[in-house]
Design a binder for this molecule. Structure first.
Ligand SMILES: [Cu+2]
Length: 372
């Protein structure tokens, strides 16, 4: 019935148009025209890198237009972290992980463009190019990645914190731990408190580059993701599922921030988005998902086994109300409940970054970009 209806709806404007514009009409394409192109950080020219950094600086100078009622939410940049923090338990290690972060990045990119006049797109950081993978990149070394460049990048490691790092020697060698001391973000102050508590804080951007963990950000790890033949398996290998398999996602957080729940900003699951590299890292995760979707077309739209809730429900502590349901193309990707109209979309509307929709699905494609 729905099919017949939508067929009628499709034909109706065509019939009207055919009298008005007999020669110009074409069947409506589902894929978007002129997708924006997201590129790898080192493919950007130096002026392009600078304009992205400038846009980030602008966003953190812009007073929060949204969520300013939440503790510590002063800037528009911080507002994104407030949203991420509110949603943390629901959007990590559940089926919605990839779609949620996909639309989160799209909104972030859009806000840079509309609020800070940024004319580029969100870059991504392909750390497989910086991670030792013998024999492909025997001399790679993540701390030498151009993303950490103090002049044309995000700055380098944090100030060495001896006391803290002495306690961690069994985990490898760390050279940072404190506030980032060079680059464009060295004087940034954040006000959103770490982890789950809500109070106003005052803290700097901290890094503890963990080179041992570049074993998780290699092209071999990406290859393992590509080999998976269903969405849930692919997501687990990409996101990570504990310290036995931290995945590209966990790896990307930990090479920048050090141990999980440690001192680095990138490692706090609740507020890691205060680390500007978060956005380049997650764009890379989104790129790998998209790459898998293209490579594994036959499984692309199948989300059997994906769930909105998680098996180990107590993991974030008590007090969370779970939607005990499978994730489907109809599931909502909400930023927060009261802001559904802000970013709300259904899974099927953002499943394809170039605007294809699932079959038999009434919805509106929300995205139009691709990765170069
Ligand atoms: Cu997240």
């Amino acid at each position: 019935m729905r099919k017949v209806l939508s067929l009628l709806l499709l034909l109706l404007p065509a019939l009207i148009l055919s009298t008005a514009l007999p020669s110009r009409q074409k069947p409506q394409k589902k894929k978007c025209k002129n997708p924006a192109i997201r590129r790898e950080w080192r493919k950007l020219t130096i002026p392009e890198r600078q304009s992205f950094i400038q846009a980030l600086l602008c966003l953190h100078k812009t007073p929060a237009a949204r969520y300013s009622h939440m503790p510590g939410t002063y800037s528009e940049f911080e507002a994104f972290t407030t949203v991420h923090k509110l949603q943390t338990p629901y959007i990590h290690f559940t089926g919605i992980f990839l779609p949620w972060h996909r639309i989160f990045l799209a909104e972030f990119e859009h806000t840079l463009q509309t609020t800070c006049n940024y004319t580029g797109t969100l870059p991504y950081w392909d750390y497989t190019l910086d991670s030792r993978t013998t024999p492909m990149f025997p001399n790679a070394n993540i701390s030498h990645s151009p993303v950490f460049d103090p002049n044309h990048g995000f700055g380098g490691n944090g100030i060495y914190n001896k006391t803290m790092n002495d306690a961690l020697t069994s985990q490898g060698t760390f050279w940072g731990g404190g506030c980032v001391r060079d680059g464009p973000f060295k004087d940034w102050i954040f006000h959103v408190a770490p982890q789950w508590e809500w109070y106003e804080d005052s803290r700097c951007l901290k890094r503890n580059i963990w080179e041992v963990y570049e074993m998780w950000t290699t092209s071999e790890r990406e290859y393992t993701v590509m080999q998976q033949t269903n969405f849930t398996g692919m997501q687990k290998y990409l996101e990570g599922f504990g310290m036995d398999w931290v995945g590209l996602h966990g790896g990307g957080h930990m090479v920048v921030g050090g141990l999980p729940h440690g001192v680095g900003t990138a490692n706090d699951p609740w507020t890691s988005s205060l680390e500007p590299l978060f956005y380049l890292h997650h764009a890379n995760i989104d790129r790998v998902w998209d790459k898998w979707q293209r490579k594994r077309r036959e499984y692309k739209w199948d989300v059997t086994d994906a769930r909105m809730d998680r098996e180990d429900k107590e993991v974030w502590g008590p007090g969370f109300v779970w939607e005990e349901a499978p994730m489907t193309m109809e599931s909502r990707v909400n930023m927060t409940e009261e802001y559904v109209e802000w970013w709300g979309a259904r899974v099927g509307e953002i499943w394809d970054i170039e605007g294809s929709l699932p079959e038999e699905f009434d919805g509106e494609a929300k995205l139009c970009y691709r990765y170069a």
